[in-house]
Write a protein that binds this ligand. Structure first.
Ligand SMILES: [Zn+2]
Length: 249
């Protein structure tokens, strides 16, 4: 495949990374040590929800209740991505204008990023990876669409990202490169819906989770390329605490 020449910006990545370097935000990671998931709440007062929250994510999806959920209306279109390695994942930032309508709520797509293995589990089973498409509504509510990823056929829609994985702290734009996030979704738009949180500090709650029922595939080489950078960046499964998981008909 003929990929456009990598040129442009290689800059210090997300504001979060810069803030960390200056000591404004606590360091955290996915390891077993004192900065790992079991200790996130102790690292910063702002991270309290990671331990005290009752609606934390990710969860193991089981015993879902069939419900008349609104159709996910994706208004995604071709856009110029900025690919960032923020030290915790590869995140792809997108310009304004890509929307998701769920019932009366209109969200805008901010970014998508990856975890390996998948954070969501289905009846106790995690997938090889997942992608989280993070949206914000006009009212300020967060809505995350999660897509489970299995090892299988190479995925052309994701190829531009996996061919340009930046090094830690770097943010790149590739001249002439466009992505179509609509092509990155599974064909079947059925989903599970439940309340949860961010899966990284500060673990803020009030996030509307929509987990697509149909997984997609990435090629083994694509998954390997990601795992070379992030070998294990999934938060452990959190208690469901009586939350109802609804499933589209
Ligand atoms: Zn995520």
């Amino acid at each position: 495949m003929n990929l456009p020449k990598l040129s442009l910006t290689v800059a210090l990545a997300a504001a979060g990374f810069a803030a960390q370097a200056q000591g404004h935000a606590a360091h955290w990671n996915y390891a077993h040590g004192h900065e790992g998931p079991a200790h996130w709440a102790e690292l910063d007062h702002a991270f309290e929800s990671c331990a005290k929250g009752a609606n934390q994510s990710p969860i193991d999806i089981r015993k879902a209740v069939k419900a008349d959920l609104p159709t996910l209306q994706f208004g995604y279109a071709e856009a110029v991505p900025t690919i960032v390695n923020n030290g915790h994942t590869i995140q792809v930032n997108l310009p304004a204008g890509l929307t998701l309508r769920v019932g009366d709520t209109t969200y805008e797509l901010l970014q998508f990023h990856f975890h390996s293995p998948s954070e969501e589990a289905l009846s106790g089973k995690r997938a090889a990876m997942d992608a989280h498409f993070v949206h914000k509504s006009t009212g300020g509510e967060l809505g995350v669409v999660a897509i489970l990823i299995q090892s299988g056929k190479n995925n052309a829609a994701y190829a531009p990202v996996f061919a340009h994985l930046p090094r830690q702290g770097e943010s790149i734009q590739v001249e002439g490169l466009k992505l179509n996030p609509a092509a990155m979704l599974p064909t079947d738009k059925g989903y599970y819906a439940f309340e949860g949180s961010l899966t990284t500090p500060p673990c803020s709650e009030g996030v509307n989770w929509m987990v697509m029922k149909q997984p997609i595939t990435l090629g083994a080489a694509q998954i390997k390329a990601f795992r070379r950078l992030f070998n294990a960046n999934a938060r452990p499964i959190q208690p469901q605490n009586g939350r109802v998981i609804r499933e589209s008909n």
